[in-house]
Design a protein around this ligand. Sequence first.
Ligand code: ATP
Ligand code: ATP
Ligand code: MG
Ligand code: MG
Lengths: 229, 229
Amino acid sequence: IIKLLNIRKVYRAGEVDVPALKDVTVDIQKGTFVSFVGPSGSGKTTLLNIIGALDTPTKGTVTVADTNIGLLNSKERAMFRGENLGFIFQDFNLMPVFTVFENIEYPLIMVKKTPKERRKEIVHSLLSKVNMLDQKDKFPDQLSGGQKQRVAVARALTTSPRIVLADEPTANLDHESAYMVINLMKKLRDESGVTFIFSTHDTKIVGEVDIIHTLEDGIIQKSEEVKYG
Amino acid sequence: IIKLLNIRKVYRAGEVDVPALKDVTVDIQKGTFVSFVGPSGSGKTTLLNIIGALDTPTKGTVTVADTNIGLLNSKERAMFRGENLGFIFQDFNLMPVFTVFENIEYPLIMVKKTPKERRKEIVHSLLSKVNMLDQKDKFPDQLSGGQKQRVAVARALTTSPRIVLADEPTANLDHESAYMVINLMKKLRDESGVTFIFSTHDTKIVGEVDIIHTLEDGIIQKSEEVKYG
Ligand SMILES: Nc1ncnc2c1ncn2[C@@H]1O[C@H](COP(=O)(O)OP(=O)(O)OP(=O)(O)O)[C@@H](O)[C@H]1O
Ligand SMILES: Nc1ncnc2c1ncn2[C@@H]1O[C@H](COP(=O)(O)OP(=O)(O)OP(=O)(O)O)[C@@H](O)[C@H]1O
Ligand SMILES: [Mg+2]
Ligand SMILES: [Mg+2]
């Protein structure tokens, strides 16, 4: 469902060129759990942003759900993301002026134009799945780190995306909450064929995935198949 | 070096009172590695903020380095923090308009009034210890999650504090960087008697501490001694 061919990404920092990704080629199958692992600074977040059409590569082609997203303009990319993808950002990226409920509801209003009653159903259902229903009227700055992370997880799933890009989705979670999130994701994959792409250092997630790609110095050093169906 | 007696902390969220900490009493010995563990939302960050004089309890007394910090006014608390404490925040809290170098240098200018040449020495030394020397001129938004975390670690140590409050200091780090940070902290404890207080879900840290306090529902449920000197 995702094909990356010779992806190169160079950032400019001051007068220096930073090649965050040098040459990445990888295919991702629909309905799989795939994890990119690697040292801090190895390019995982950069890669997820490119797959998720949030950023464009300096070179190479990215095909997601049969769409060459490099050919889309910025408005088309935004529409494509809204209709197909869900994101859990490494820094959560919650909107401080909206409550927990409103943060999770937002993509349903903006993208799916879901009617109010149905929105409430969906958001409440996700909130209880991540054990945050009693916190729904709080603002992000009134939440603990792990509570913000769980809200970010719920928000990523609210539009029933085909593909979820999850950047360190359990970094701030205790054991129990981490497994709750992982099991929620497995259920979505089993029931609806959702594809999950992780960037993580958490061995709890790595133990649950189908394929592990090791990223180091901007290239994929090795790919291992972990489970056998 | 730290004594907490009957600490209670209640937040107000809308019309509801949230008792983040209900009754916490604990002593922390100088030069130890102490970790608070517990579920997401159990009060760990709140407790660290109170120990670190960043927040005041609703009830109870906090004594740090023989000072009853509850009796200090806000200006005195800021001075006390600057002279005695170092903080690694769960969300890093880096200043976006300053470079990596300037972020780490900041406490030395503001608190210690260290002269320029000496500041450069200290900052460069810490930067190389967290393996970030080649990133010193970048801005926080040009860094990966783990790179920001390492800058936050360096900044906490720059004033040679007596006590370091570390809130999830390894959440975004790969195995190698996490152990590099832990070993740096152990070295400081062994050489200079620095006390480290962690709030963490990371079993890598928990495996290295002297005492583990389990926080749940706003009280310490149990305390375990892990090492025997
Ligand atoms: N400003 C605030 N207003 C209202 N409630 C708050 C506020 N800050 C924290 N809380 C609540 O206090 C409780 C404890 O929060 P705290 O951040 O200390 O948890 P934590 O143990 O650090 O969790 P985590 O492991 O998820 O970081 C949580 O239920 C949180 O929602
Ligand atoms: N806007 C930017 N400008 C310059 N360099 C950048 C920018 N964004 C990222 N980088 C650099 O690109 C490299 C890869 O960053 P990336 O965030 O993808 O790493 P990562 O694998 O996600 O790391 P972590 O595990 O620490 O989150 C890093 O060296 C980082 O400093
Ligand atoms: Mg990252
Ligand atoms: Mg916390």
